[in-house]
Design a protein around this ligand. Structure first.
Ligand code: GLY
Length: 587
């Protein structure tokens, strides 16, 4: 790609430039008063070496759009909307289809969050996060010497009580227009008639062989130990039967009927603790979304039991105290992002948890006054140190899909099994994977989990409690209150930073959605105290400046997996994550 110079500051000038940029008394600063309802799109420039082949064009359509990590699942949503369904009908159809075509993270054995905003202004946040089984205990993942085992990650003990079926059914009942039976037909068809395995699914199954071959799913996804070659038609008759039962009998079939029996039998075979009582007691919760503003735009996002909404708004509120954002990719920009994320993640990791168990100060944490206080502690010239822990990999588990219908109803859904294919545990005869969401609790408060997240007592394991999530499904309205953007991501804690960055790229940096998604990402989560960046995503000048300011920089191959829709000048623009697979489908 052609070399484009950006306004990076040289290391020796870093402190001078930063002082000039950030030293105005923060409390006196006010957000810029632009009156434009939508951002004006401008050309974006990225560093030399940023892989141009990753760039993906937007799919543009006039009426409706679905973007997910599986084109077949997006088509399921489109099919439902073409048959007269609204965005919620389509989202539920897409969700069930993902359980068939994207078993890596699409699921009925996991949980998720759905933020809904209807064109008439009604809004909801459906919380169908898993809960800890009633027999769960605070130290259940520690061995006799108090050492953390891997049982929160692999096998039946890692499984939280699944919420996906209850949550999708609840969203449909409260905001959909079609029956569960009808919206599930595309998923049932994909499971019973099969679909052609693509190279991404082949690679994914091949890469997870060691884990999955230990469980009953090996019979479905491997032949003689080999993943199905691309082009193979993959049929899942057990899953088709399970989905048909749910479609015909409703969520009761899953939580109290024959599927519950199969799930509990699987628990007993593999040392799990979920009982029929756990399943029968499970409830999805319809909550009020967190609503916040950023420079005149309005955001609808997820309240606890996700940390996503609060952490994102806390960051955006701090950024809003700076009248103008520095240029994308400059050291000043990365510093501002890192310091605001750092402060928001400190609160996240210490204060946020299931609100049924812990009093979460939502109003305070998302207030503009609190953000001004936090932002005033940012040193313009230096990184603020956090205590150090060992860094962990940043995997791209979970999956997000965005839907908009012809009326302007919007749905942002993020759903997960936690790790890819969850705990690996597969309900034999019922055809689906079970999550390892128990690892999202602080299995040992103060020690890092698989994402390197260090969390406190608030998120310790308790029976019936929802484990804290980072999922951040978000809907953005323009300055006139009209639907502008539907966005969310996969990737553990990097969800929060990536969703925030894509939003900032569009609103502040005036990028097209395609560029906003393609743009290099960074991540800062306070602990471990490293600024993670995508390889080749920062210029040498920016890296030198950041190092001089005290940052420890850590390169990584890719951060998060975002799927988004934007109302552009020519219609709905759908963009699939350039770092992953999937499809944007509209009409
Ligand atoms: N399992 C990842 C999350 O919920 O944040």
């Amino acid at each position: 790609m052609p070399s484009t110079r950006r306004p990076d500051i040289l290391p020796l000038l870093a402190s001078v430039a930063l002082t000039i940029a950030l030293s105005a008394p923060l409390a006196a600063q006010r957000p810029s008063k632009s009156t434009k309802a939508v951002p004006t799109i401008q050309a974006a420039a990225f560093p030399d070496g940023w892989p141009v082949q990753m760039r993906r064009p937007a799919v543009i359509d006039q009426h409706a759009m679905v973007v997910s990590n599986s084109k077949l699942a997006s088509q399921a949503g489109e099919e439902i909307m073409k048959r007269g369904g609204n965005a919620v009908d389509a989202a539920v159809a897409t969700g069930f289809a993902l359980a068939v075509t994207y078993p890596f993270a699409g699921n009925i054995g996991g949980g998720g969050f759905m933020v809904i905003r209807m064109a008439d202004g009604r809004a909801a946040a459906i919380d169908y996060r898993e809960v800890a089984p009633l027999a769960a205990t605070r130290d259940m993942y520690l061995d006799a010497n108090g050492k953390l085992t891997n049982k929160s990650l692999v096998g039946a003990l890692a499984v939280g009580v699944p919420g996906a079926v209850a949550g999708m059914a609840q969203a449909l009942k409260e905001y959909g227009t079609m029956s569960l039976h009808d919206v599930m037909q595309p998923a049932i068809r994909l499971a019973s008639q099969g679909f052609a395995v693509d190279s991404a699914l082949y690679r994914s199954l091949n890469g997870s062989k060691r884990k999955l071959m230990q469980f009953a799913g090996s019979k479905v996804f491997y032949t003689n130990g080999n993943a199905p070659a691309p082009g193979t038609i993959l049929k899942q008759p057990d899953l088709a039967r399970t989905l048909t039962l749910i479609a015909n009998e409703g969520p009761k079939a899953f939580y109290e009927g024959p599927i519950a029996d199969q799930l509990v039998a699987e628990m007993k075979r593999d040392g799990g603790i979920i009982t029929k009582q756990d399943l029968a007691q499970y409830k999805a919760i319809t909550r009020k979304p967190i609503v916040g503003t950023y420079r005149g735009y309005t955001l609808y996002t997820m309240p606890p039991s996700s940390s996503g909404g609060i952490t994102m708004l806390e960051t955006l509120n701090q950024l809003e105290t700076f009248p103008k954002m520095p240029a994308f990719g400059s050291a000043r920009y990365e510093h501002l992002l890192a310091e605001t994320f750092r402060r928001a993640f400190v609160d996240r990791n210490e204060k946020l948890a299931d609100p049924a168990f812990v009093k979460v100060p939502v109003d305070e944490l998302t207030s503009k006054a609190y953000a001004r206080k936090l932002a005033s502690t940012i040193d313009p010239n230096h990184a603020t140190p956090s205590p150090t822990f060992n860094a962990a990999a940043e995997p791209m588990h979970t999956t997000h899909y965005s839907v908009v219908d012809a009326k302007g109803d919007a749905v942002a859904t993020t759903t997960t099994l936690n790790s890819g294919y969850g705990s690996g545990t597969f309900v034999d005869g019922a055809g689906f994977f079970l999550n390892d969401e128990m690892d999202d609790f602080a299995a040992q408060p103060g020690k890092p989990n698989q994402f390197g997240l260090v969390q406190g007592d608030a998120n310790a394991i308790q029976p019936g409690k929802r484990m804290l999530s980072a999922m951040s499904p978000t809907i953005v309205l323009d300055r006139n209150g009209k639907l502008l953007m539907v966005v969310g991501a996969a990737g553990g804690p990097t969800i929060i930073t990536a969703v925030t960055e894509v939003i900032l790229n569009v609103l502040d940096q005036h990028m097209s959605l395609a560029d906003a998604m393609y743009a290099p990402r960074m991540h800062e989560q306070a602990w471990p105290d490293v600024l993670t960046y995508e390889q080749n995503g920062l210029s040498k000048a920016t890296m030198d400046s950041l190092t001089a300011m005290g940052y420890v920089l850590k390169p990584t191959r890719g951060l998060a997996n975002v799927n988004a829709i934007l109302r552009g000048p020519k219609g709905w623009e759908g963009v699939v994550e350039p770092r992953s697979t999937g499809g944007a489908v509209g009409y």
